[in-house]
Design a protein. Structure first.
Length: 449
């Protein structure tokens, strides 16, 4: 092939090496895959109202990228942006900025219909905006959830709204894939409780809009509030604990959940997150934890080689603030990346045991490993492919469920032991299959998608 032929073929936008925008926040960086924000990607962040998705987007994505000189268009369909939130998250100095020496330009647009947003996106791309944010996707999808016929599949309005949303997602997907531009779309979305289908316990939450917003996104991250726990300093609430589930990612695999803290109006807080990690740590050689000696407390970490101590158990937060640079260097984005080797540690953060007297008598002799949302688990985990497995009893439905290999089935009490054995054999089989792969196969499974 000569140079002219090669140049002609390159016009057809072939695959090119993924490039990244650096993301300073370690928690968000880890959730994105550890290398930053992939250029030319669609990132979808979904959460319930008040969880902090807009704050995280503004502070930990927009403010960071604006400092790097990137221009950001923020489509405020939810009409939630104001001067106060822009100031607290650090984007206000870049609002309508034309001085390139100060950084990028942050522009806010208020559009809320499919037609308006679709036309605006095309214009923004033509004017070389590198980052386009839509906050929130569910506002322009609201027709699917309104009226007495909202869930009637024969309702033409529902079908029309869904079709428009799918077309909008397809349009953004095409624009993001244009190699010469590498436009990024950040989509914020609300969640809704799933209705119908195969479900136990409390209804699960899922991003609004059906399959299209997930199908056409490269990364889908869902935030959940961790009960009502909040962090206070000087008797003033300053943040809340949340966890993030990687619903989908073309860059990492697995679906375990990662806890961290969001500071009210300030985005992800490393300091509050580090505090949580130390407080929940266990005294093992590969973990960070707090060692108590009387009223004196010592921070322990495998990579901490200097003494950090404080007096009085309520002074941990101030100690982390005073020693932030040292403590911050102990953690990397890998601490918030998916790692099935740490599945028991991560799952332990998420689940607590309930009153087991509610179990039927023929199940009370079974070993219980954990429980959640009315499900009592006799076995639970994540396989090497990132899929959940387990055997559990649902108190609400009084059903026993076996889950493995992306499938579920009902079983009776006499089959519990056999179900656990079946899953153990399945886990061994897929591990043996993985172990028997050639070096070439293993490299392909990591490097080729």
């Amino acid at each position: 092939m000569n140079e002219k032929d090669l140049a002609d073929l390159l016009k057809h936008n072939p695959f090119s090496k993924t490039e990244y925008y650096p993301i300073k926040n370690k928690v968000l960086n880890g959730l994105l895959g550890g290398q930053g924000l992939p250029k030319g990607s669609i990132v979808h962040i979904a959460a319930g109202s008040g969880t902090g998705k807009s704050t995280v987007c503004l502070k930990d994505i927009c403010a960071d990228l604006l400092k790097q000189g990137q221009d950001i268009a923020y489509i405020d369909a939810d009409r939630g942006i104001n001067t106060a939130i822009m100031e607290s998250t650090g984007v206000l100095p870049y609002h309508n900025n034309t001085d390139r020496s100060k950084g990028g330009c942050f522009m806010v647009f208020r559009k809320s219909t499919f037609h308006e947003i679709n036309d605006l996106i095309q214009e923004l791309v033509n004017k070389n905006f590198s980052i386009i944010v839509i906050d929130t996707l569910s506002v322009i999808d609201s027709g699917m959830y309104m009226g007495k016929d909202a869930y009637n599949i024969e309702n033409m309005r529902v079908g029309g709204e869904a079709q428009k949303l799918r077309q909008l997602m397809k349009n953004m997907n095409v624009l993001a894939e244009q190699d010469s531009r590498k436009v990024n779309f950040i989509l914020l979305n609300h969640t809704a409780k799933e209705i119908g289908g195969f479900s136990f316990g409390a209804p699960k939450e899922a991003p609004k809009g059906g399959e299209a917003p997930i199908q056409y996104s490269d990364i889908v991250i869902q935030f959940y509030k961790y009960s009502d726990k909040s962090e206070s300093y000087n008797n003033k609430p300053i943040g809340q604990k949340v966890y993030a589930q990687i619903v989908k990612s073309r860059y990492i695999t697995g679906k375990v959940k990662t806890p961290f803290f969001i500071r009210y109006g300030k985005g992800i807080s490393n300091i509050l997150t580090y505090k949580e990690i130390f407080e929940s740590g266990k005294p093992t050689e590969d973990d960070c934890y707090i060692e108590a000696k009387g009223r004196t407390y010592y921070l322990r970490h495998p990579n901490l080689f200097e003494e950090i101590k404080y007096v009085g158990k309520d002074n941990l937060l101030q100690t982390i603030i005073d020693n932030y640079q040292v403590i911050n260097n102990l953690f990397t984005p890998n601490d918030w990346m998916i790692n099935t080797d740490r599945e028991s540690e991560i799952l332990d953060v998420e689940y607590t045991l309930d009153d087991l007297s509610m179990l039927p008598k023929n199940l009370q002799d079974k070993k219980v490993v954990t429980s959640m949302n009315g499900n009592v688990y006799f076995m639970r985990g994540i396989d090497i492919y990132g899929q959940g497995y387990g055997v559990y009893y649902n108190i609400g439905t009084k059903k026993i469920v076996k889950e493995m290999n992306s499938g579920t089935e009902f079983i009776n009490a006499k089959e519990v032991d056999k179900a656990i054995k079946d899953i153990e054999e399945y886990l061994k089989a897929i591990q043996d299959e993985e172990d028997n792969k050639s070096i070439e196969d293993k490299l392909d499974s990591v490097e080729i998608y």
